[in-house]
Design a protein around this ligand. Sequence first.
Ligand SMILES: [Fe+2]
Ligand SMILES: [Fe+2]
Length: 340
Amino acid sequence: MSDVGTSHEDLERFLGDHYLVGAGLKRDKNAVARAGKTAAHWQWDGIYRGLQRSGEIVTVGPDGMTGMRSVVGIEAKNFPIWMNAQILMPGERTQCHRNLRSETRLVCEAPKDAVFVCEYEAYPMERGDVVISPAWTYHDHWNKDKTPAIWIDGYDNGYNPNVNINERFPKDAPYEEVKKPAGYGQRTLGLARPIANEAPFPLPPMRYAWADTHAALMALRENHESDPYDGVMIMLASPVDGGPTLPTIAWQAQLLSKKQKTLAHRHNSTSFYFAFEGSGTVVIDGERLEYNKGDIFAVPAWTWHHHENSSSDDTILFSIDDWPAMKKLGFYMRENAKGF
Ligand SMILES: [Fe+2]
Ligand SMILES: [Fe+2]
């Protein structure tokens, strides 16, 4: 594998070799979209090294050449929802903005003093945390610490990819002020909450702490509640109505125990996965996709798929899935294989 190199062109080539393209960079002319059910798979090594180099040579923030710094799979935007990866270097802060699509993120690694700011509240970023900024909420990222912060974004595309309604802060102020007390969202959107809490617009931001997600997965496994098609699987519930994370997408976490093999199913929603811990195989319409920790991959709509964890450790997958939108619109369908 070639080294990443030092110029923008080198980085574009490196990313292209890994089927990736970076914000603020050109798509490498040799980078071609792959075909096949398992084509949408991007390995952590390419993502991570590409991000590190982007961190050094692509600037972000109000004075930067791009509002954000991310790498995304070249095939990713063929899907109605997608994930990309982002890095924020020490001392950086992105430009505050809001737009009409939901932005959500899963923290891969971040120092103690990196925060995600949304609607005037600063949310901590611990590995495995999911933080959502629903459509039309002001948000920015702020790394006040000494090492890079890396996370995975999950987007719902606003359900109209041709219209990008994107607004900066009033008077073009670069950042929003942190005005709310620490932990405000967590304290006021739990089971003890204000009486008037009907679905507002915009929906509230929320942080789903990894400690809670992990505890739920462990408790379910301890109680032998494993689904034959999905293993031990949870969704991160909306703080407004207890339903899926957002009206458009659900964030999910899935535990596949060692040697576990699930039964196949298919659904006409799309899933994007991030391999959070461990490794495994997902079989999509007969094609085997082997993934390792840190990889991103998609399971296209209406493809038969099942999971195999042939290792002797647990595998934990995070995913986003657009079944909430499909269900609400009245055309969600899921079919389980009878066994194989
Ligand atoms: Fe954003
Ligand atoms: Fe599935």
